[in-house]
Design a protein around this ligand. Structure first.
Ligand code: M6R
Length: 607
């Protein structure tokens, strides 16, 4: 998704903007641009392609020289990626960068065209720039208030007015935006990593709040032009957390950060050997009597919910429905009072997940957010909130955020089961102890399985398509394994419940279709192995991910990856790791842009 930055201070503005934009590259983009006040005039430089193209253009055409400006990385929505469609966009007196989608831009464009305004791009953003320009009578604040009252949809806007060369204006609705506070310099950005090199202090802008920044002052107003007092936030990680730290890619760094991330997420929530989520607003009293639980999320986060479903139903005996957020919000779900809706989201800003949360609340359900990004919209709007402590996840392919989402699902399931009297305190202690031991086991896998995973990746390079199979929790996990592989290697893959293969999909099996089989569940082992033999005997190359204490006939597979043993229920947290590694190495070997796979964005803030 698009990234916004803005700067007012004493440094070379173009340099700061491009540097800050480079920290937002993970969000995905196809063009970039800046607008800087140079000797009191707005100078724009923008280019299709990676930031390198913008740097090159700045060299060729002259870098805008100044101390105040705005910058943008664009992920195309309206109009193809091109120099013209790149941001910033301008009217005569106003220049704008925008993240989000203006849903009524066509009507507004017609309105402005009828007034004689001419447009050069196909974007919805230019419409905002021209509307601001149309309403501008000398007071930027009045202009912004009038303009955003006309806008439907989502936006975070960085705005500069030609008449006010020392100021940046910023406003948001739905799309995220922060205001970074430095000494004699201030910033705006879509996300914290953009400003970490310069400051860790920031304000979170709320919906329809307008920030006015100079190098020495930040004032924030509501839509009625009343000043707003904000709480200063401080990022609890520094710049190095958002850097590669010697690893070749963020993804492999983040895979290695998993033991620590799980520790940070689980340990503070264990008191006297039992899960304790009181600081998150979760007590035995307020969770024990939910009739139904819904887990609503997108992509990887939804897959974490699938694992949660199996565990909660098995342990706590409460029915759990897992929904893709974009389906939930439009399928008239039967949800209401007495139900709990859990929204899982790394970014806390995913548009569909946020809409699902709001829908669930409006239907009377209680909501619980499991979120990584502090102060994000989903975190702020849910009734109960459990933060995952993965730190910044930069690679588009989610790894450590998934693992900690699983960890929270387990903590919640254990606590719920205890609250409902479905497990004894002793059983709960045992499970919690096993969860606390997971980081060490992940560490072991990272020591022993790297090379094996790398080797297996060499066997997948030429495949056109792959199947991931498993039963029960292994099936829930295989969904994530399959997504991980396809999103970064660009090899098609599907996950299938192993027992379902013979109802159609097995006809696809040939010696050109590798199968990755997950078999970690003791009670299902025999049945899973039968399914594995079915595909093996039809020519598939089979890679089995299983636990070291399982004996499986060698004829059933071609390659075997062993992982340490723990409670069956916790095995997904371990088996996920070789799957991540296989996806990672396959992508590296295919020469792909591992951290920024094509067409994808890290934070999906539009529908
Ligand atoms: O920020 P969220 O967790 O809400 O994002 C949801 C999905 O877009 C995300 O999990 C996506 O599927 C992963 N980046 C894929 O690895």
């Amino acid at each position: 998704m698009c990234g916004i930055v803005g700067y007012a201070g004493y440094r070379d503005c173009s340099d700061v903007l491009v540097d800050a934009l480079s920290k937002l590259e993970y969000r995905g983009y196809d063009s970039a641009g800046v607008a800087v006040f140079e000797n009191g005039e707005i100078k724009v430089c923008k280019a299709q392609g990676k930031l390198e193209m913008l740097r090159k253009k700045m060299q060729e055409e002259g870098k805008p020289q100044g101390r105040v400006g705005i910058g943008h990385t664009r992920w195309a929505t309206h109009g193809e990626p091109s120099d013209i469609n790149s941001h910033p966009h301008s009217g005569a007196k106003v220049t704008v960068v925008h993240n989000g989608i203006i849903e009524n831009y066509r009507e507004l464009k017609e309105f402005l065209s009828a007034k004689g305004v001419e447009f050069v791009s196909e974007t919805d953003t230019e419409v905002v720039a021209q509307l601001l320009n149309y309403y501008y009578k000398g007071d930027p604040l009045d202009t912004i208030i009038k303009t955003i009252s006309d806008l439907d949809g989502s936006f975070a806007l960085g705005i500069i007015f030609a008449d006010y060369p020392e100021r940046i204006y910023a406003v948001r609705r739905e799309s995220p935006l922060i205001v970074g506070i430095g000494k004699d310099e201030n910033y705006i950005a879509s996300d914290v990593p953009a400003i970490l090199k310069y400051t860790r202090d920031y304000y979170l802008l709320d919906h329809d709040e307008i920030a006015v920044l100079t190098d020495s002052e930040v004032n924030i107003y509501d839509i009625h032009k009343e000043p707003v007092e904000k709480t200063l936030m401080t990022a609890d990680w520094d710049e190095s957390a958002a850097e590669k730290g010697g690893y070749e890619h963020f993804m492999i760094k983040e895979i290695h950060e998993q033991p620590n991330a799980v520790n940070m997420t689980v340990k503070p929530r264990v008191v006297d050997g039992l899960p304790n989520l009181e600081e998150c607003g979760i007590t035995h009293e307020n969770i024990k009597s939910f009739k139904n639980i819904f887990v609503v999320a997108c992509g990887t986060a939804m897959h974490a919910g699938m694992v949660g479903k199996y565990v909660i139903e098995r342990l706590a005996g409460v029915p759990v429905t897992v929904d893709i957020a974009s389906e939930f919000r439009y399928r008239s779900p039967i949800v209401g009072e007495g139900d709990l809706v859990i929204i899982i989201s790394q970014s806390g800003e995913t548009a569909d997940s946020l809409a699902a949360l709001r829908l669930a609340k409006s239907l009377g359900a209680k909501t619980l957010a499991v979120v990584n990004a502090k102060g994000s919209s989903i975190a702020r709007e849910a009734d109960m909130l459990v933060y995952t402590h993965a730190g910044p996840e930069i690679a588009v392919a989610s790894t450590k955020a998934y693992i900690v989402q699983l960890a929270v699902m387990y903590l919640f399931a254990f606590e719920l089961s205890l609250a409902r009297g479905k497990i004894t305190e002793e059983q709960c202690r045992e499970l919690t102890l096993s969860l606390l031991a997971v980081p060490e086991l992940i560490g072991k896998i990272l020591e022993t399985d790297l090379e094996k995973s790398q080797y297996i990746s060499t066997k997948l390079l030429s495949a056109d398509s792959l199947l991931y199979i498993g039963r029960g929790l292994d099936y829930a996990l295989s969904m994530e394994g399959s997504l991980k592989l396809k999103e970064i290697s660009y090899i098609h893959s599907e996950s299938y419940a192993a027992g379902e293969l013979k109802h159609g999909t097995i006809s696809l099996i040939t010696d050109e279709m590798p199968v990755i089989a997950v078999a970690t569940q003791r009670s299902l082992l025999e049945k899973t192995v039968s399914n594995i033999v079915e595909v093996k005997s039809r020519g598939a190359m089979v890679i089995i991910i299983t636990r070291e204490d399982f004996t499986i006939d060698e004829k059933a597979y071609d390659f075997r990856i062993d992982i340490p043993s723990t409670d069956d229920m916790l095995m997904p947290m371990l088996a996920a790791v070789p799957m991540q590694l296989i996806a990672y190495y396959t992508s590296v070997l295919r020469g792909n842009d591992v951290d920024k796979p094509r067409n994808l964005a890290k934070s999906v803030t539009v529908e």
